[in-house]
Design a protein around this ligand. Structure first.
Ligand code: PEP
Ligand code: MN
Length: 341
């Protein structure tokens, strides 16, 4: 249930409504907009509770949200969410390109990759310092050392960076370095982790779980937003189906659906979505045509030497060629590419 306050109400009137909601057994989340305040009442909606609020003179209207996800829904907020990360607008008119290798493999290699993706036209760096690997014998990432290397790359290139957090114990260290914190597909329903991410002052990109429905994905975002962090990005990265020709089946339809249901920015990861660099460009074009606000792409200067996901990594040259096509698609739907930082 949401309570929309009249424009220009006083702080005391807002507090009075919040007090009444708490007395009725609701959790309260205040959202202060330019013109008016909206109060999210978290808990099962009750008809009589709605009436008790509706009669208050400071209240314009009370809306019962039909979806199980509340604060991330378009019913709660009509305008699209956008925010600025190190000079890059996420969720605005411009399509954002996040790119870099799957994992941070070493200082020199990462700095080389960072310069290359910048030159190609990306605005945000990616790279894994904590890697969720299927095999315990595979490269697990450089951990904090990797974060330090990414911070150095940010200093050298001026580009903000995104990196994955694997568990709630490393939220603090990852948030200390990273500009955007990534929740991987395997962790999309790690509710303790999601709760922790509701308390941080960093945007969080939530990958769709490989077996998650769109509703479950939005509920994961709801965990973070309801905890107080409204800077959330949804990212479709492919789901498990019976198809084995691709690593995952990239669900492009999730893009317009998520954008219809939610005000949050929606990104697509065509690299994990396909598992093969040859399909990364066509799926990127499809994603932008479908309304994606940005792409998260694996790019490696020498994919054959990559310690993880080389098969799906583009070379910087191929990435640059792809960007030229992405820009054309963006322009054809009255969007543009975000300018470089
Ligand atoms: C990644 O982006 O590095 C990653 C591991 O992705 P996913 O969680 O989508 O598999
Ligand atoms: Mn990867």
């Amino acid at each position: 249930m949401i309570v929309v306050m009249n424009p220009g109400v006083s702080k005391e009137e807002i507090e009075e409504v919040e007090k009444r909601l708490k007395n009725l057994g609701f959790g309260v989340h205040r959202s202060t907009g330019e013109n008016r305040t909206i109060i999210g009442a978290i808990g099962a909606p009750k008809e009589d509770a709605r009436d008790a609020l509706q009669v208050m003179p400071s209240v314009e209207k009370v809306v019962i949200i039909s979806q199980p996800f509340k604060m991330v829904s378009r019913e709660f907020k009509q305008e699209r969410t956008s925010f600025n990360v190190g000079g890059v607008e996420i969720g605005g008119q411009g399509v954002v390109l996040m790119a870099g290798p799957c994992a941070v493999e070493g200082r020199d290699a990462y700095l080389e990759a960072a310069e290359a993706v910048k030159k190609a036209g990306a605005q945000i760096l990616r790279g894994g310092a904590y890697k969720p690997r299927t095999s315990p014998y595979s490269f697990q990432g450089l951990e904090e050392e990797g974060l330090k290397i990414m911070a150095e790359a940010r200093e050298k290139t001026g580009m903000p960076f995104i990196t994955e957090v694997l568990d709630q114990h490393s939220v603090e260290v990852v948030a200390q370095y990273a500009d955007i914190v990534q929740v991987g597909t395997r962790n999309m329903q790690n509710f303790k982790l999601l709760r922790e991410l509701g308390f941080i002052d960093r945007p969080v990109l939530v990958k769709r779980g490989m077996s998650a429905t769109i509703e479950e994905w939005l509920m994961a975002a709801e965990y973070i937003v309801s905890g107080g962090n409204s800077m959330v990005i949804l990212c479709e990265r492919g789901i498990r189906t019976f198809e084995t020709y691709t690593r995952n089946t990239l669900d492009i339809s999730a893009v317009p659906i998520a954008k219809e249901l939610s005000h949050l920015p929606v990104f697509v990861d065509p690299s994990h979505g396909t598992g093969n660099w040859r399909w990364v460009a066509p799926m990127s074009l499809a994603a932008v045509a479908a309304g994606a606000d940005g792409l998260l792409v694996e790019v490696h200067p020498r994919p054959t030497e990559a310690l993880s996901d080389g098969a799906q990594s583009l070379t910087p040259e191929k990435f640059q060629q792809m960007i030229e096509l992405v820009e054309k698609v963006a322009q054809s739907i009255d969007r543009s590419l975000q300018p470089a930082v």
